[in-house]
Design a protein around this ligand. Structure first.
Ligand code: PGA
Length: 260
């Protein structure tokens, strides 16, 4: 059985105090086991709050008791050096970060993150034992031109298919149609399932059935507590990458509880 995973991408939101409050609310609820226990919850706050996330996301006395895993939103592809303002994979790993988002459409669009940069970042993360959450997805123009399948295939091939199977299985892939991110327009469950099934097929052609069957495929793009149950009920959707709806504990935890 594939693992189920819900990751919150806070993007550039929350002050220190607000972040602390949200971490506490999430930890309190997850600690009391009110959520489905077979769902892994990942919180990806701004990097300045990663340490706090790690501290508040696990039991103070027993660090093996983790309420939510911690993910970063970005990483530099180099391990260290003169790159002012950047954060490397070894630095993230040394702080207990387990996941990192790579190739988000906002980074592709505003910061020139290309498929080859995605490939370098993914390698750097894997070398440090961090699981990349790799985002792929088409723009509105590409969907209108019927190129959504082509786009995700290109992003998979150029960004990820150089990996050996043993590395590839450590990935999480998030399908995020750019036209659905932060717009309130969620892909319909059928639209999302169609692409997810295609992504899994393309992975199967490259790596075989067993690998394709293990990779968690998340849906992202205006997913909320109302739309999550039907999306997560689709055969090839294993969870979500949640932006806006992850900024409020109650809404986010409802999404975590949205599996059948
Ligand atoms: P959204 O963002 O849920 O606010 O649309 C999702 C994402 O960009 O990861």
């Amino acid at each position: 059985m594939r693992r189920k995973l819900v990751a919150g991408n806070w993007k550039m939101n929350k002050t220190f105090q607000e972040a602390e409050e949200l971490f506490d609310e999430l930890a309190d609820s997850l600690k009391n086991g009110q959520e489905q226990s077979d769902v892994e919850v990942v919180v990806c706050p701004p990097s300045v709050y990663l340490e706090m996330a790690h501290d508040l996301g696990s039991d103070e006395e027993d660090e093996t008791q983790v309420f939510f895993s911690v993910g970063a939103q970005n990483v530099n592809e180099h391990a260290s050096g003169a790159y002012t303002g950047e954060i490397s994979a070894p630095m993230l790993a040394s702080m207990g970060v387990e996941y990192c988002i790579v190739g988000h459409s906002e980074r592709r669009r505003y910061y020139g993150e290309t498929d080859s940069l995605v490939a370098s970042k993914v390698e750097s993360l894997l070398q440090c034992g961090i699981s990349p959450i790799v985002c792929i997805g088409e723009t509105l123009e590409e969907r209108e031109a019927g190129k959504q399948f082509e786009t995700v295939e290109r992003q998979l091939k150029n960004g990820l298919f150089h990996l050996q199977p043993l590395d590839f299985v450590r990935l999480v892939i998030a399908y995020e149609p750019v036209w659905a991110i932060g717009t309130g327009k969620t892909a319909t469950p059928a639209q999302a399932q169609e692409i997810h099934a295609h992504i899994r097929n393309v992975i199967q052609e490259q790596y075989g059935k067993a690998v394709a069957a293990t990779i968690p495929l998340l849906y992202g793009g205006s997913c909320n507590a109302r739309t999550a149950p039907e999306l997560f009920a689709q055969a090839d959707i294993d969870g979500g990458l949640i932006g806006g709806a992850s900024l409020q504990a109650e809404e986010f935890l409802k999404i975590v509880n949205s599996f059948d």
